[in-house]
Design a protein around this ligand. Structure first.
Ligand SMILES: Cc1cc2nc3c(=O)[nH]c(=O)nc-3n(C[C@H](O)[C@H](O)[C@H](O)COP(=O)(O)O)c2cc1C
Length: 419
């Protein structure tokens, strides 16, 4: 028996067990505000036995939005968020909120300005021209991080998770691939960490000791020319010095290596099926023609970040570390705990079944039914995330595509000896 179902203290809070629902974008916030479906979803996850659930990907300010159905932290949504955290607490779980800024991964129509980035350039995804941030703009975003933490506290969250990975703004400053600045924010790692340090100062000034401060970061960016483990360990040490209470160890870069984040195939058919033809025909065509080339498959395996995360465990012996990536069974969860991580996060296993944690507790042989088709990811780009098994509007053609994906995943994973 591992310590999976024992309480744990992180910063100022205690969780009833070691499980956390990872930040997995819900797409349930029309008008950038919480909805009843967001409320129902997280309440169900809390009822399913989780230690803490994370509301995903809230933008600290408008320029940080990359989706239409994404939360944007502002005073007027605090009462609705409070209703949500109260409901999560009534179920015995803790509530966390992921705070981020998408940087160059946006479009003027959504973020209200020319997308900001560490450096100027062109973003093939949106597609759009990106504006390298001035120091004044940096100051404004740093301030927005502090303000967003204050609002999160007011809304009753127990924890905040600062998004410093996956190629979003903080990660765009850290990575030499996206940071080509010539000033004190670019060049050496010391300089590339400056923006992150300033955001962390604003976050800790607003929240240290009041909420648990988690930071989700990359172990690697997942492509040649991005951040590698040695530099990322330095980033982790810096985050510890900056006052983070725990680090969530992930990887990948949405604009360059998106499937490194969660593994499996890029769900081209699902994404293009849901994209509106009228406003996004050009993007739809681009994704259909080039999606699999620009976003190559990274084969899935259970606990796909464990080997890299262990290097962080060794390098940071006294820092609470959170494992994420491919936890699909009680055996996986026990293995993570036995490897010395304080907590584990799960995205798709809990997305497929909000009762996954209770089922793992009742049955030590319990296994998730998630087949990592990434249908949920494809749908989330346009509508609310949803597993294909319960999706009411799935068409027969999409269903056949999902079944084909399951068969080809199976063939690939057997060939590689992952199964
Ligand atoms: C539908 C979906 C949406 C996601 N959205 C986010 C997000 O908003 N922020 C984030 O940090 N990670 C996001 N992720 C990544 C997950 O949090 C997690 O790191 C990844 O899926 C690996 O965990 P898993 O194998 O347990 O799913 C998302 C994953 C999925 C499947």
């Amino acid at each position: 028996m591992s310590n999976l179902f024992t309480p744990v203290k992180i910063g100022p809070i205690e969780l009833r067990n070691r499980t956390v629902r990872s930040a997995a974008f819900e797409g349930m916030c029309e008008n950038n505000s919480p909805s009843q479906s967001l409320f129902d979803y997280h309440t169900a996850v809390a009822r399913g036995g989780i230690g803490m659930t994370t509301v995903a990907y809230a933008a600290v300010c408008r320029s940080g939005l990359s989706f239409e159905r994404q939360l944007w932290m502002r005073e007027e949504i605090v009462p609705e968020l409070k209703r949500l955290t109260d409901a999560i607490h009534r179920e015995g779980a803790r509530a966390s909120i992921q705070l981020g800024h998408c940087g160059n991964m946006s479009h003027r129509r959504i973020c209200g300005c020319r997308p900001l980035g560490a450096s100027s350039g062109f973003n093939l995804y949106s597609p759009t021209f990106v504006h390298g941030m001035t120091v004044k703009e940096i100051d404004e975003v740093v301030e927005a991080y502090g303000k967003a933490v204050e609002l999160s506290i007011k809304a009753g969250f127990d924890a905040v998770e600062i998004h410093a990975g996956h190629g979003y703004l903080i990660s765009q400053f850290l990575s030499p691939y996206t940071n080509r600045r010539k000033d004190e924010y670019g060049g050496s790692l010391e300089n590339r960490m400056r923006f992150m340090r300033r955001c962390m100062k604003a976050v800790t000034d607003a929240g240290k000791g009041k909420v648990a401060i988690f930071v989700k970061m990359n172990t690697r960016d997942g492509f040649r020319g991005g951040m590698e483990i040695d530099e990322s360990i330095e980033v982790a040490r810096e985050l510890q010095r900056c006052g983070a209470d725990a680090l969530v160890l992930s990887g990948g870069f949405v604009s360059r290596a998106p499937m490194y984040v969660m593994r499996g195939q890029f769900p081209v058919r699902t994404i293009t099926h849901y994209m509106p033809m009228k406003t996004q025909w050009w993007l739809k065509l681009g994704v259909l023609l080039g999606g699999k080339i620009v976003c190559p498959t990274v084969p899935f395996r259970h606990l796909f970040f464990l080997e890299d995360s262990m290097k962080f465990r060794k390098a940071l012996p006294d820092m609470p570390l959170v494992y994420v990536g491919g936890v699909l069974s009680r055996a996986d969860a026990d293995k993570v705990m036995d490897s010395g991580f304080e907590l584990l996060q799960m995205g798709r296993a809990v997305l497929e079944d909000t009762d996954f944690v209770n089922k793992m507790k009742a049955d030590e042989n319990h296994c998730s039914g998630c087949e990592h088709t990434n249908f949920c990811v494809g749908r989330m780009y346009t509508l609310e995330m949803c597993c294909h098994k319960v999706c009411k509007d799935i068409t027969p053609a999409l269903k056949r595509n999902v079944e084909r994906t399951i068969r080809s995943n199976d063939r690939m994973e057997r060939k590689l000896g992952y199964k």
